[in-house]
Design a protein around this ligand. Structure first.
Ligand SMILES: O=C(O)CCC(=O)C(=O)O
Ligand SMILES: [Fe+2]
Length: 312
């Protein structure tokens, strides 16, 4: 492959595409494209008008306000385990990074009261609206992927909408000081089914291609990025590729991003459908309860965490 091929593919999921008849050829063509880029790249840019730029701008306004709170207020939202999100303070390992994971509607409301005792108009509505729309997009993509691999029934029988939970996490990346390492987030593989990211127009996300090159993911204003996580790699018996990615800071503006991390609900077992296990694709992972894997390995940054836990 030449240099020109090294650009993250982009897919348009306009209103018309979303409304397509699931049996139509047009739907199948888009589904195939989504599946193929998830196999070869493990990530892609998506233009999705149901999460418009205006909504993203509102989200980033409140996101900035979150991080602008006094440190002692932010520290009130520290959680005991990373699984529950909470406020993650920048530390020597990731000095440019801090994040807020506020997971679920009740938490969003509790968070508002804790951070802004006099209230923060619009905060909960935006968080809840973005989460719901991201979940919808996540389910749409999963349907496309499973149907296109030829196991649409698996998607239906698994009642994905009942078995998946989505969590919204906000990140802030400071600018590096002179001579400071510009790494905002170290290379990692997401422990998710799919991750969907949006950013405040400041680039910095990079992905490691299968050819072994780190390349920037240029996210056009208003677009989103979708990244395959290790749960989906296991669920498709290794057909989809969970790519290593990182954040590298440059330029003169701080970066904010919001990620929607879809994971199986507590107690859900990940087991590849039998149709996806054959001589070309021998079973990669034993069936395992995803929440048990996460509880044990959430802080394990090894790229092989899943292989170590459930590899056959
Ligand atoms: O900020 C970003 O764009 C990437 C965040 C990320 O990769 C993660 O939180 O897993
Ligand atoms: Fe990630």
């Amino acid at each position: 492959m030449g240099e020109a091929a090294e650009e993250i593919p982009s897919i348009v999921l306009s209103g018309e595409v979303v409304e397509l008849d699931r049996e139509s050829e047009e739907w199948k063509v888009v589904a195939k494209k989504v599946r193929e880029v998830c196999e070869t790249w493990g990530c892609f840019v998506v233009e999705y008008d149901k999460i418009p730029i205006e909504l993203q701008e509102e989200l980033f306004e409140t996101t900035k306000d979150m991080f602008d709170l006094p440190e002692e207020t932010k520290l009130k939202y520290k959680k005991a385990t990373p699984k529950d999100g909470g406020y993650v303070v920048s530390n020597p390992f990731i000095p440019l990074y801090e994040s807020f994971g506020v997971y679920g509607e009740d938490e969003v409301r509790a968070f508002e009261k804790l951070m802004w005792p006099r209230g923060k108009p619009g905060f909960c509505e935006v968080q809840i609206s973005v989460t719901a729309k991201m979940l919808e997009l996540n389910l749409l993509l999963l349907r496309m992927i499973f149907e296109s691999i030829g196991v649409g029934d698996f998607y239906n029988s698994k009642a994905m909408d009942d078995n998946i939970v989505g969590r919204l996490r906000a990140h802030k990346y400071k600018l590096p000081k002179e001579n400071q390492d510009p790494i905002g987030l170290k290379p990692h593989v997401d422990k998710t089914i799919l991750t969907i990211l949006c950013q405040n127009s400041v680039q910095g996300l990079e992905v490691l291609t299968k050819q072994g090159n780190w390349i920037p993911i240029n996210i056009p204003r208003g677009a989103l990025v979708v990244i395959v996580g290790d749960a989906l790699e296991a669920w498709t018996n290794g057909r989809l590729h969970p790519p290593k990615h990182r954040v590298v800071m440059s330029g003169d503006k701080e970066r904010y991003s919001c990620g929607f991390f879809a994971i199986p609900k507590d107690g859900v077992t990940i087991e590849a459908p039998p149709e996806l296990v054959d001589n070309d694709y021998p079973l990669r992972y034993r069936p395992f309860v995803y929440s048990e894997y996460l509880a044990k390995h959430i802080a394990n940054v090894s790229f092989d965490a899943l292989k170590i836990y459930a590899g056959v």
